[in-house]
Design a binder for this molecule. Structure first.
Ligand SMILES: [Zn+2]
Length: 184
């Protein structure tokens, strides 16, 4: 599959398919979006918000959540705020998210089926990694958005002036975006 993509890529570049996408690394709309890696959102989210290449910084992971105050999603927001001029942050969860109801026991079972040994699992726990917390999903999509918004808003390295953080849920089918209430 990847080789097919690379074949396509050669003619894309040859035919200057990149020309409509030329832009800079600075987000024209001064917005960063944290959202889910869900396949349904790849084009839908941009289309539903009228966004094009160059408009926003896009940070994606499973669930569109900020799980750790000093993890990679938060680090990306630091870069977006301090180096790339971002002033507004949207945390966008979505309906029917795969990270919702993610079951740690099931994933553990899948790992064992794929040859991950108990020794390795024990070793990781021994290094003070709480696998259950790390690999668990969330029950309620809106609450997950609220937690992420809260974490960013009250992060000690996020300036209290000049940064707006708001939470939303996008409908994975229609693209309708609704604001999550009581975010703080
Ligand atoms: Zn999702």
């Amino acid at each position: 599959m990847i080789d097919e993509l690379l074949d396509f890529n050669r003619s894309f570049v040859e035919q200057k398919g990149y020309e409509p996408y030329l832009t800079t690394k600075y987000p024209d709309k001064r917005i960063a979006i944290v959202t889910c890696m869900d396949t349904r959102l790849v084009e839908l989210l941009l289309a539903a918000l009228g966004l094009k290449n160059g408009d926003v910084k896009m940070i994606k992971n499973a669930g569109g959540v900020i799980t750790h105050p000093f993890g990679s999603a938060m680090r990306s927001l630091m870069v977006a705020i301090y180096e790339l001029g971002v002033e507004e942050i949207m945390i966008i969860g979505h309906t029917d998210c795969g990270a919702q109801h993610l079951n740690y026991e099931d994933m553990l079972e899948h790992m064992r089926e794929r040859g991950i040994s108990q020794d390795h699992l024990d070793m990781i726990e021994y290094c003070n990694v709480d696998l259950r917390t790390w690999l668990s999903g969330f029950d309620n999509g809106e609450d997950a958005v609220r937690r992420s918004v809260h974490l960013v808003k009250h992060h000690p390295l996020v300036p209290q002036e000049g940064i707006t953080v708001r939470g939303f849920i996008i409908n994975s089918v229609t693209g309708e975006v609704s604001e999550v209430k009581d975010c703080d």
